[in-house]
Design a protein around this ligand. Structure first.
Ligand code: PEP
Ligand code: MG
Length: 322
């Protein structure tokens, strides 16, 4: 199997019926790129920028961030690189921000909510991203978007910084795509509205599952409720993909589910365009996808949505596709 995977390093990901899907990798720091390149990922589907801010005593400067983002897009040589703006809060803390303790951190002041309030910090990151966009195929993604107003405000701040940079003679990519994570059920349900105002979606199933099932992703005692194949979760994913495609936008997934061999046939059948996963999962997934027919799976996946339980869905996939 290892030898079979190795042969796929420099190949594109193509299904048995000839459809190209993009297999990308998730990273946390520029150091992760060695693994990404060694495993032949076709892009970066999620660069979690939190790590730049963590394990230190003060915010990273615009310059420091610019260097990190530039290094990543340059080393990816024109392949797409989706960089997520700061997603702090929840399980990730920044002591130097001195935020009050919360009863429910996962439902609290995190990610875009915090960035829209701490605008100086957010603007530094956006400027660094805009400047780095001139060096490759950079895309910006906002995390934890729950309302259209948040999205509009984030986009306005981005446009404002872009104008300022251009006025100062700084080169900024004119093709820069802006998308959002779909990881809150309200956003999945309202995906038709969001799809009109973004360039792409990336479904964050790690959070989408926990919020849909009301089951903390860190709590062992409720881990039985953490069900990627629950019909409700699959239906939300289906809605998001359909809404995006109705507006000719692409949809990726960057939660753990994207690299899961039971989920992959379902996601291909539902029409997912990009799968982003840990680098070590890329070649096994490419091999698996090359043996699957998207057309055949589209009927199969729609039928799977009608099953009553996660277990029934899993059994169905195993019976037909393993
Ligand atoms: C997700 O929620 O699925 C996701 C990719 O983001 P994170 O795991 O960083 O919350
Ligand atoms: Mg998340």
């Amino acid at each position: 199997q290892k030898a079979e995977w190795a042969k796929l390093v420099n190949e594109q990901t193509v299904t048995k019926d000839g459809v190209h899907v993009e297999l990308a990798a998730n990273i946390g720091t520029p150091q992760d790129l060695d693994g990404v390149l060694a495993n032949g990922a076709e892009g970066i589907g999620l660069y979690r920028t939190e790590f730049l801010y963590m394990g230190r005593t003060e915010l990273p400067s615009e310059e420091e961030q610019f260097e990190a983002y530039k290094e990543v897009v340059e080393r990816m040589e024109g392949k797409p690189v989706v960089i997520r703006t700061l997603d702090i809060g929840g399980d990730k803390e920044l002591p130097y921000l001195d935020l009050p303790e919360e009863m429910n951190p996962f439902l609290g002041f995190r990610a875009i909510r915090l960035c829209l309030e701490k605008q100086d910090m957010f603007r530094d990151q956006l400027r660094a991203l805009l400047r780095a966009s001139a060096y490759g195929n950079l895309k910006i993604m906002f995390p934890m978007i729950a309302t259209i107003e948040e999205l509009r405000e984030a986009k306005e701040i981005l446009a404002d910084e872009k104008e300022k940079l251009k006025a100062d003679g700084v080169t900024v990519s004119e093709e820069l795509e802006v998308g959002i994570m779909v990881e809150i059920p309200s956003t999945a349900v309202a995906a038709p509205q969001f799809a009109k105002e973004v360039d792409f979606f990336s479904i964050g199933t790690n959070d989408l599952i926990q919020y849909t099932m009301a089951a903390d992703r860190m709590n062992e005692r409720v881990s039985y409720l953490y069900q990627p194949y629950h019909p409700a979760v699959l239906r939300l994913i289906d809605m998001v993909i359909k809404a995006a495609h109705a507006e000719n936008k692409w949809v990726g997934m960057c939660g753990e589910m994207a690299g899961d061999e039971i989920a992959i046939p379902l996601l291909l059948g539902l029409g997912l365009d990009e799968f982003s996963m840990s680098a070590t999962s890329v070649l096994p997934a490419r091999s698996q996808l090359s043996k699957l027919s998207k057309e055949e799976l589209s009927t199969f996946a729609q039928n799977a949505l009608l099953e009553s339980t996660s277990e029934a869905v899993e059994t169905l996939v195993k019976k037909h596709y393993q």
